[in-house]
Design a protein around this ligand. Structure first.
Ligand code: NAP
Length: 258
C-alpha cells in the first residue's frame, strides 16, 4: 500500500482541493471519501493512527482523487502551518477546509474534571479550529475565495450536563466563531458554516469510556438510532458544494431529532 504522505500522479486545476483535519477515522474519514467521490482532491491530517490514515488515503485514491496525509496536531500552530503548506505544495491552491478533529476527554462532571483534560479539549476543539480557520482565511482571501465547514456538535446547544460540559462549551465556541467568521470573510468570497452532529457511531465514544453510548443514548430520540459517519459527510459535502452557494453563517444540525 502507498504510504499516506504520497500524493497520486494526476493533477487537474479545476478540481476543488480540500483540507480535512482528523481524516484518519470516524466522521473525518467518511468526509474524505465522500468529498473524493464528489471530485475533491484531499489533504488530511491525523494524530497517531498511521494504519487508519493509510486506509483513508487508499479509499480516497480509489475514488479517483489525489490525496496527501500529514501527521500533526491541530492544536499546534507549526503542525497546522505544515498541513496547509504540504497541501499547497503537493496538491495546489486550497479551496476548502473541514475542521473535523475533535476530542471530548473522559466522561465526567465538571467538578471531577482535571485541568489537563479541560485544557486539551479547548486546545484541540477551539484553538485548533481557530488556527486552521486563520490559515484558510489568509490563503483563501488571496486566492479569491473558498468554503470552510466546522464540525460542531448538538452538545453545543444541549450543554451535556453530567457528561462533558467542557466539550459542549468548546462546541458552543465553534458555533460562535462560525457565525463571526462568516460575517468577517463574506466580502472575501469565503463561506463559513458548521455541521452539528448528534450521536454518531465512531470510536469517540469508546475513547470517552462509553463504547455502548451510540445505542444506549439514542433509544429515546425521535429517530431511535445513532447516526452513521456517512450521514454527516453528506451534509459537509453539500455545504462545500456550489448547491450551498448562498449558505453562510449557518449551523446545520444532523442529529436524528436530538
Ligand atoms: P473519532 O472517531 O475519535 O476520530 C477522531 C479523528 O480526529 C481521528 O482521525 C484522529 O486521529 C483525529 N484527531 C484527534 N485529535 C486530533 C488532533 N489534535 N489533531 C489532528 N487530528 C486529531 O472522532 P469522530 O467521532 O469522528 O469526531 C469527529 C468530529 O465530530 C469531532 O470534532 C467531534 O467532536 C465531532 N462530533 C462527533 C460526534 C459523535 O457522536 N461521533 C457527535 C458530535 C460531534 P487518529 O486516528 O490519529 O487518532
Amino acid at each position: 500500500m502507498s504510504r499516506p504522505s504520497e500524493p497520486s500522479e494526476r493533477s487537474d486545476p479545476s478540481r476543488p482541493i480540500t483540507v480535512v483535519t482528523g481524516g484518519s477515522r470516524g466522521i473525518g474519514a467518511a468526509t474524505c471519501v465522500r468529498l473524493a467521490v464528489e471530485g475533491h482532491d484531499i489533504a488530511f491530517s491525523y494524530l497517531n493512527d498511521i494504519l487508519a490514515a493509510e486506509d483513508t488515503a487508499a479509499r480516497v485514491r480509489a475514488a479517483g482523487a489525489r490525496c496527501v496525509a500529514v501527521r500533526g496536531d491541530t492544536a499546534s500552530e507549526a503542525d497546522v502551518e505544515r498541513l496547509f503548506d504540504t497541501a499547497a505544495a503537493e496538491l495546489g491552491t486550497v479551496t476548502g477546509l473541514v475542521n473535523n478533529a475533535g476530542v471530548t476527554g473522559p466522561i465526567t462532571r465538571l467538578a471531577d474534571a482535571g485541568t489537563d483534560v479541560l485544557r486539551r479539549v479547548l486546545d484541540v476543539n477551539v484553538l485548533g479550529c481557530l488556527l486552521c480557520c486563520r490559515r484558510a482565511a489568509r490563503d483563501m482571501a488571496v486566492s479569491g475565495g473558498g468554503a470552510i465547514v466546522n464540525i460542531s456538535s448538538a452538545a453545543a446547544t444541549l450543554g451535556s450536563p453530567g457528561t462533558y460540559v467542557h466539550y459542549a462549551a468548546s462546541k458552543g465556541a465553534v458555533d460562535t466563531l462560525t457565525v463571526g467568521l462568516s460575517k468577517e470573510l463574506g466580502p472575501d468570497g469565503i463561506r463559513v458554516n458548521a455541521v452539528a452532529p448528534g450521536i454518531i457511531k465512531t470510536d469517540i465514544h469508546a475513547a470517552m469510556g462509553a463504547p455502548d453510548r451510540p445505542t444506549t443514548a439514542t433509544a429515546h430520540l425521535p429517530m431511535a438510532r445513532p447516526g452513521e459517519a456517512e450521514e454527516i459527510a453528506g451534509a459537509v459535502a453539500w455545504l462545500l458544494s456550489s448547491d450551498a452557494s448562498y449558505a453562510t453563517g449557518t449551523v446545520v444540525r444532523v442529529a436524528g431529532g436530538m
